[in-house]
Design a protein around this ligand. Structure first.
Ligand code: NCD
Length: 314
């Protein structure tokens, strides 16, 4: 793997390998000395055309934990032609020595464009492209789930038979897409619960079961409910009648938490709209993996940097 752009056609073995490497990196993060020398002398450039808190900080932490140098570029609302500005930006960063380009961009397909364009030789990591994909989020989510389910016996395992409900704004969610491909590759069964207006048109082609209400998806055999943020910034129409209505039908409330088994966890990639798609009490409960997901995000991104570096040396 030279680049990490998508989980769309990831092989089970590759996914398990990435999860195991994430476990190794999580172990490193538990030690007194939380750093490895692996990327000493290498530079990781974070190129963020779109807002981010967790993903950017976590890539920075991951690069530093592998002893890389880090440079961060943030741009917003650029009015120059998108292709040109992207090309110039990544070439500028590579001219300054970037070996890895971590790209977040508002255009679906931006990371693939940079990886396949021949503009740069650097490894490209997709840190979120429009509504398309967010593969490192899928890795950290799958890792978090596997670790919750199997703890110390997790290594080498996939998620066969695991049942995951993804609820909310599937249409605009790159997190949902990358998670669906990743979870399916690992053998999990994915159920989607969303208002029709927030479902993509080609949902019938996806490896998921779609249900009409969240309550219909919830039973005691569910392992995880993944709540998604309502992406107001990507909505230019009225996609649902109102916040109270949304919460009533699709929100992960304390009452709904009681409908699932005691072992069911609630996930959210952040940033959360507390009280809308997830109740504050649910987010803060010990059934929530929100903070673990953030912690594991650093290990997952270390694992990706580490894996891509290995490829470069072959
Ligand atoms: C997500 C993103 O930006 O795609 N956040 C994240 O990376 N943790 C999800 C979102 O913005 O809703």
């Amino acid at each position: 793997m030279k680049h990490f752009i998508s989980t769309r056609s990831i092989a089970r073995e590759t996914a398990v390998q990435l999860l195991d490497t994430t476990a190794d990196m999580a172990d490193v993060r538990q030690r007194d000395i939380k750093k490895l020398p692996t990327l000493r002398g290498k530079t990781v450039a974070n190129v963020f055309f779109e807002d981010s808190t967790r993903t950017r900080l976590s890539f920075e932490a991951a690069a530093l934990a592998l002893s890389a140098d880090v440079s961060t570029f943030t741009a917003k609302g650029s009015s120059v032609s998108k292709g040109e500005s992207l090309k110039d930006t990544v070439q500028t960063l590579e001219s300054m020595g970037a070996d890895f380009i971590v790209l977040r961009h508002f255009d679906s397909g931006a990371a693939a464009t940079v990886a396949n364009s021949g503009w740069v030789d650097a490894h490209v990591i997709n840190a979120g492209d429009g509504t398309h994909e967010h593969p490192t989020q899928a890795l950290l989510d799958a890792y978090t789930l596997r670790h919750r389910l199997f703890a110390d016996e997790a290594r080498g395992r996939d998620l066969a038979g695991t049942r995951v409900v993804i609820v909310g704004d599937i249409l605009h969610s790159r997190v949902a897409r990358s998670n669906i491909w990743m979870l399916s590759a690992l053998g999990a069964e994915v159920t989607i619960a969303a208002p029709r207006t927030l479902l993509p048109r080609d949902i019938a082609l996806w490896p998921v079961t779609v249900v009409e209400t969240l309550d219909a998806a919830l039973d005691s055999g569910i392992d995880a409910v993944m709540t998604l943020r309502i992406q107001k910034e990507r909505m230019n129409d009225a996609f649902f009648p109102g916040a109270a209505e949304y919460t009533r039908f699709w929100g992960m409330t304390s009452q709904r938490l009681n409908q699932v088994g005691p072992g069911t966890v609630v996930m959210h990639p952040g940033p959360m709209n507390r009280g809308l798609e997830i109740a504050g009490a649910v987010a803060d409960s010990d059934r929530s993996t929100v903070r673990e997901q953030v912690t594991n995000g650093v290990a997952a991104r270390m694992a990706v940097l580490y894996t891509l570096l290995g490829e470069g040396q072959e």
